[in-house]
Design a protein around this ligand. Structure first.
Ligand code: ADP
Ligand code: MG
Length: 142
């Protein structure tokens, strides 16, 4: 029988969480929840790169602030693999606003505001693919 590799999602540890020293604890939660790391990098997005990543939100009132924030310091980007990865990861990270996130989720534990909510998680398989291609070439995936 063929082994199912699972599906994939794209996460970023956002600048405030990196700055506060939460890379390790967040990766630990990801690890304990059974995700396999397919690809990972530590980098700082330029304004133009952050604009491109969040282009779907270009008409939202928070777009410019979000772009400034996401390019304000280094982030960790990673492709994660697990069965039903997009939904499983959204469940692990919790609601967009950390105040509304369930106890024990990544955003409840490490988020500091609606904007600085610790992590990004893809919202669909299609966007997971687009976002993964944004950060990683095929030879950076294992
Ligand atoms: P999610 O990250 O849960 O998928 P969205 O895709 O709606 O949420 O928004 C993208 C990011 O923009 C959020 O993670 C958050 O950092 C920021 N954001 C969303 N809504 C607001 C808002 N009303 N004010 C400020 N920042 C926001
Ligand atoms: Mg989103």
């Amino acid at each position: 029988m063929e082994i199912m590799a699972g599906s994939r999602t794209l996460t970023m540890v956002k600048p405030t969480a990196v700055q506060k020293g939460f890379i390790g604890p967040i990766l630990s939660m990801i690890n304990k929840a059974g995700f396999r790391i397919v690809a990972m990098k530590y980098m700082k997005l330029s304004i133009d790169q952050a604009k491109a990543f969040y282009l779907v939100h270009k008409d939202r009132p928070f777009y410019n602030d979000l772009v400034t924030f996401m390019s304000s310091g280094p982030i960790v980007a990673a492709i994660l693999e697990k069965e039903n990865a997009v939904e499983a990861y959204r469940n692990l990270i919790g609601a967009t606003n950390p105040e509304n996130a369930t106890e024990g989720t990544v955003r409840k534990s490490y988020g500091t505001s609606l904007q600085a909510n610790a992590v990004h998680g893809s919202d669909s398989d299609e966007n997971a693919g687009i976002e993964s291609d944004f950060f990683f070439s095929m030879i950076e995936r294992y």
